[in-house]
Design a protein around this ligand. Structure first.
Ligand SMILES: NC(=O)c1ccc[n+]([C@@H]2O[C@H](COP(=O)([O-])OP(=O)(O)OC[C@H]3O[C@@H](n4cnc5c(N)ncnc54)[C@H](O)[C@@H]3O)[C@@H](O)[C@H]2O)c1
Ligand SMILES: [Zn+2]
Length: 345
């Protein structure tokens, strides 16, 4: 398992870390936004290094950008003793880590996640990869960074919708594993809270689950709460003007799946109501057109090993406790989306 440094002095902590390591060459990968907003926070303290920048956005988490990265590594003469720093959100971490892991059968890398989502989710757990021909995270490997350095200082420049998107995963962590944590999260003025504490608690929850089941054979599936329906909604609106950020779609998914939890494994009604109130309070309500429901529900069955009639969901027994491999039907999913649509913010 990777080591994680929670930093309150990013430049100093990074400098100290790099001084403790020996490497032949140092390279830094950032996207166009984190190059502008985050690189200046560490640039001065870095020893001589090469850097690579790619255009920000999930659309560039692909093989073409990987080719450019591998070419850059080749041109710079990186060898097996080089060290790569990935400075950015989940896109940079997933792709930079993948390129480092495959270049000359693997060079070492560290992650400095700069979005809330990547700090509490993507940077932990060793999943690396890229999208391929329309399939998300289709090509990749499991590999651990040397370390992850997390600093909430980067969040100051993160656009608010991106911050809120990451907050959905924070809420999920409370819902699946820790009721007190969930109840302590801010509903109003949520953007002004002690992010450092929140990040640490969320990372601890994710790490604990991943440690117990690194390859997602069982328990790790609880991290998918909200994601069966959420991913389907996200994919369905991907290239449309109703496009949703990941966390916005997961918020919808969590309401739908909390409803399924109530129906299938008796999540208490008052807890269902609390979850709905919390999520609608933060994320508002998105109207999902009735005519889209069937196609969205169908998407829940994609890419999953099942007979096309049932799908396995991770559902809540109560706030703070999640169960996995619970079979639901296509009609159940449609019903849960109708339930979401019937809510009032
Ligand atoms: N490996 C995993 O376990 C895992 C888990 C969850 C998500 N992911 C992946 O992570 C990606 C989503 O992560 P993301 O939301 O961080 O996406 P992202 O990397 O695209 O970052 C979101 C946006 O915020 C910008 N940004 C990031 N940090 C910034 C900062 N400090 N200041 C200003 N702008 C900043 C980025 O440039 C980008 O425009 C997806 O590709 C997803 O598949 C991976
Ligand atoms: Zn997610």
């Amino acid at each position: 398992m990777e080591s994680i440094i929670f930093s309150s002095q990013i430049a100093t902590d990074l400098e100290r870390y790099l001084k403790s390591k020996s490497f032949s060459k140092l390279g830094l990968i950032a996207d166009s936004n984190t190059y502008q907003a985050c690189y200046p926070l560490v640039q001065e303290t870095l020893p001589p290094h090469e850097h690579f920048q790619f255009e920000a956005g999930e659309i560039n988490k692909n093989l073409d950008t990987c080719k450019d990265i591998w070419q850059w590594m080749t041109d710079c003469g990186f060898d097996r003793k080089s060290l790569i720093i990935n400075l950015g959100g989940g896109v940079t971490g997933d792709m930079g880590g993948f390129c480092a892991s495959t270049y000359k059968r693997g060079v070492k890398f560290i992650n400095i996640p700069t979005s809330l989502l990547s700090q509490v989710d993507a940077s932990v757990g060793g999943k690396l990869g890229i999208d391929f021909n329309g399939f998300k995270n289709h090509i990749g490997v499991f590999n651990e960074p040397e370390t992850v350095i997390i600093s909430d200082a980067f969040l100051k420049t993160l656009p608010l919708p991106e911050l809120r998107s990451g907050y959905a995963e924070v809420i999920k962590h409370g819902l699946i594993k820790n009721e007190n944590y969930f109840r302590s999260l801010k509903l109003h003025n949520w953007e002004t809270q002690a992010w450092k504490d929140i990040i640490e608690k969320s990372v601890y929850i994710k790490k604990d689950v991943v440690n117990k089941d690194p390859k997602e054979e069982g328990l790790r599936k609880i991290l998918n709460f909200g994601h069966t329906v959420g991913h389907a909604v996200e994919s369905f609106y991907l290239d449309t003007e109703r496009h949703l950020l990941h966390g916005e779609a997961i918020a919808i998914g969590m309401i739908a799946e909390a409803y399924l939890s109530h129906q299938h494994i008796r999540l208490p009604k008052d807890e269902l109501d609390t979850i709905i109130e919390t999520l609608l309070g933060i994320f508002g309500k998105v109207e999902i057109p009735k005519e889209d429901l069937d196609a969205i529900a169908q998407l829940c069955f994609q890419d999953k090993k099942n007979d096309g009639k049932t799908i396995n969901c991770s559902l809540l027994k109560k706030i703070g406790e999640c169960d996995y491999n619970i079979a639901v039907s296509l009609d159940d999913i449609i019903e849960s989306l109708n339930f979401y649509n019937a809510q009032h913010p």
